[in-house]
Design a protein around this ligand. Structure first.
Ligand code: GLP
Length: 246
């Protein structure tokens, strides 16, 4: 079930997103958080840091699981999702890095790595999964066509996704071709999901997710079957959502 919140801009989106997170953390200081990379959650991470500095809220008992990581990328590579999380969040709060889980993009054996990650995830129950959405409707790195039953696996990235992410690399040739990602079935186990999207570039994906049909061609459309999904969008990303529905 979707709860849709439409905001004027990304600053207001971040405030609303932090409200959702705060409710979870107030009830459970040792919450299990699913985290994401990309530009969409950055405002929320800023709010978390701000709140940590101002109120002293502690993250030392929080456990985190990131959605995905590029394959064949060193952990300390500037564009690894590990580096992204350190720079945008972990280095600025008191999280215990022992409680942080991010797939190993440099594993010697990815069959072992995907099983290890899913097994680790299954020892916990994610209270809140934060995520963005790809312009083609992908969630995590589950590209169109990925079975809804998928668990953590290695995904070949679509050219459109590689193009979208090329802005972070020196050239398109440097963008990894594969990623380890939590599967759609792994994501659906979260108790609550918070999906953030802004700009008109995401409008089609948001409309396809909300209006359906539920199809593997739009991975995010499966979220209609989840009991608690909060979608926070700006007006541009919401521009193709039919008004009469919300
Ligand atoms: C990447 C990530 C996704 C993210 C998407 C959108 O592909 N793997 O998890 O949702 O980018 O990114 P952005 O928020 O920068 O638009």
């Amino acid at each position: 079930m979707f709860t849709i919140i439409i905001k004027e801009n990304t600053q207001e989106m971040a405030v609303a997103a932090f409200e959702v997170l705060r409710e979870v953390l107030d009830k459970k200081p040792n919450a299990v958080l699913g985290l994401a990379t990309g530009s969409s959650p950055i405002g929320l991470y800023r709010k978390m840091i701000e709140d940590h500095k101002q109120t002293g809220r502690s993250y030392k008992d929080v456990v985190t699981f990131n959605l995905d990581e590029y394959v064949h990328i060193e952990r300390n590579h500037p564009q690894s999702y590990y580096t992204f999380m350190k720079e945008h969040l972990f280095d600025h709060i008191d999280i215990d890095l022992a409680n942080v889980h991010i797939p190993n993009g440099n594993a010697a054996d990815f069959d072992i790595e995907v099983k290890r990650y899913e097994d680790e995830l299954n020892k916990f129950h994610v209270d809140l999964q934060v995520m963005g959405i790809g312009s083609n409707g992908h969630i995590g790195f589950n590209e169109p066509g990925t079975p809804f039953t998928a668990l953590t696996h290695v995904e070949a990235l679509k050219e459109s996704t590689r193009n979208d992410n090329a802005r972070f690399f020196a050239s398109i040739d440097d963008v990894p071709t594969h990623a380890v990602t939590m599967g759609i079935a792994s994501i659906m186990k979260a108790k609550k999901i918070l999906l953030l999207a802004s700009t008109s570039y995401k409008a089609k994906a948001i409309a396809a997710m909300i209006h359906g049909p539920i199809t593997e061609n739009c991975p995010a459309s499966i979220l209609a079957n989840h009991p608690d999904v909060v979608v926070i969008v700006d007006k541009a990303a919401a521009s193709l959502i039919a008004d009469e529905k919300y």
